[in-house]
Design a protein around this ligand. Structure first.
Ligand code: NAD
Ligand code: ZN
Length: 350
């Protein structure tokens, strides 16, 4: 098998060749058809996350070991299965649930392996899908595509799933207005999902007019360019000067969170998703006085991924796939994402 691996932080990915693994027990071997290129792969490539004030959270301090094969949005065809696999068969096209957990902590016990205390996520803590073949440790993490387009399905494992979790959290206060910040891979899925499962008017914010146009096509009722010095005023006036009930921030950097807090109404709900990072000083009294909720959202669970696949099968959501790369071009794919050249999602077709 061929894998595009990150040798170490900020080093170009190199193609390495190895024997195809032979699945045993509950394992399954997939021939990768399509692999989504996520901004989180960029954070892994850069070696970690910006904590603000010059501080950096290294992924190696979270348990990542280089060299590592990135890729957590994996769709493939089953080529071989271990003797204990019965839920899928050779030849099935499947989507992988990559947020694997230990199976024993309180989160795993209630089915939220994505929030595990000792995560084993693919493409992070174990090798992922930037490869032509990949070994899945347990077939319980697979879901059959049953007709969903393989390229479109990749994003349901991460960008779609994370957006789904975030929109569900944003919908808890019966919002009249939801602000979605960032119209990238995650944000555009957020717009589609919010228009499918909530009754809210959706206001999408980005600094790129082209991405905002796409957001409108996906169901955003209003768009605001955050480069506009009047952005906060514009958002407030759309929300009848009361403010937005919920803000989902798919960027989560100091300027976007400042905007989010400034447009949030009383009883509002701020859902932080992006990992762009940084730090911010908060005026504490406004939190109780406005009784706002600030919460994080991290990926989603297997059940939500299966629900999303069914929404995609019905055509309720249609992930935007705008570019396709070969495995050999993995470096270019990541460079293009970093340079903000990708609309929606790019995929690698090994
Ligand atoms: P992307 O690069 O596809 O999109 C980012 C978007 O944000 C772009 O449209 C860009 O124009 C916009 N943007 C950047 N700075 C902005 C600003 N200051 N104001 C307004 N818009 C701005 O990235 P993506 O794949 O959608 O991922 C977004 C973030 O979410 C990344 O940090 C990624 O690592 C993170 N992520 C989090 C989770 C989670 O579970 N919490 C899961 C996957 C990805
Ligand atoms: Zn991702």
């Amino acid at each position: 098998m061929k894998s595009a691996r990150i040798p170490g932080p900020n080093e170009p990915l190199t193609i390495s060749e190895s024997e195809n693994p032979k699945p045993s027990g509950t394992q399954a071997l997939l021939k990768v058809k399509s692999e989504g290129v996520c901004h989180s792969d960029l954070h892994l490539w850069e070696g970690g996350y910006d904590l603000g004030d010059g501080e950096f959270l290294k992924v190696t301090d979270r348990g990542v070991k280089y060299p590592v094969t990135p890729g957590h949005e994996i769709v493939g065809t089953i080529k071989a299965i271990g003797e204990n696999v019965s839920n899928v068969s050779v030849g099935d096209d499947v989507l992988v649930f990559p947020w694997m957990g230990c199976g024993e902590c309180p989160a795993c016990k209630v089915g939220n392996e994505n929030l595990c205390d000792a995560p084993k996520s693919m493409g992070l803590f174990q090798d992922g899908g930037y490869a032509d073949y990949t070994l899945i440790p347990n077939s319980k993490y697979l879901a059959k595509l049953d007709g969903v387009d393989p390229d479109a399905a990749t994003s349901l494992a991460c960008s779609g799933l994370t957006a789904y979790t975030a929109v569900k959290k944003a919908n808890q206060n019966s919002p009249e207005f939801i602000v979605i910040v960032g119209a990238g891979g995650l944000g555009l899925m957020g717009v589609q999902i919010a228009s499918a499962i909530t009754d809210a008017k959706i206001i999408c914010v980005d600094l790129d007019d082209k991405k905002l146009e796409t957001a409108k096509e996906m169901g955003a009722h209003f768009t605001v360019n955050s480069k506009d010095s009047d952005a906060v005023k514009k958002i407030l006036s759309i929300c009848n000067d009361k403010g937005a009930d919920s803000v989902i921030d798919f960027v989560n950097a100091p300027p976007t969170v400042k905007t989010g807090l400034a447009v949030l109404r009383k009883r509002g709900n701020l859902v932080l998703v992006g990992l762009f990072g940084g730090s911010l000083e908060l005026s504490l009294v406004t939190i109780p006085l406005k009784s706002i909720t600030i919460q994080g959202a991290y990926t989603g669970n297997y059940t939500d991924m299966v629900e999303l696949l069914s929404l995609a099968r019905k055509g309720v959501i249609n992930p935007v796939i705008s570019k396709r790369y070969s495995l050999e071009d993995a470096n270019t794919a990541l460079e293009d994402l970093k340079a903000r050249k990708i609309l929606g999602r790019a995929v690698i077709n090994p």
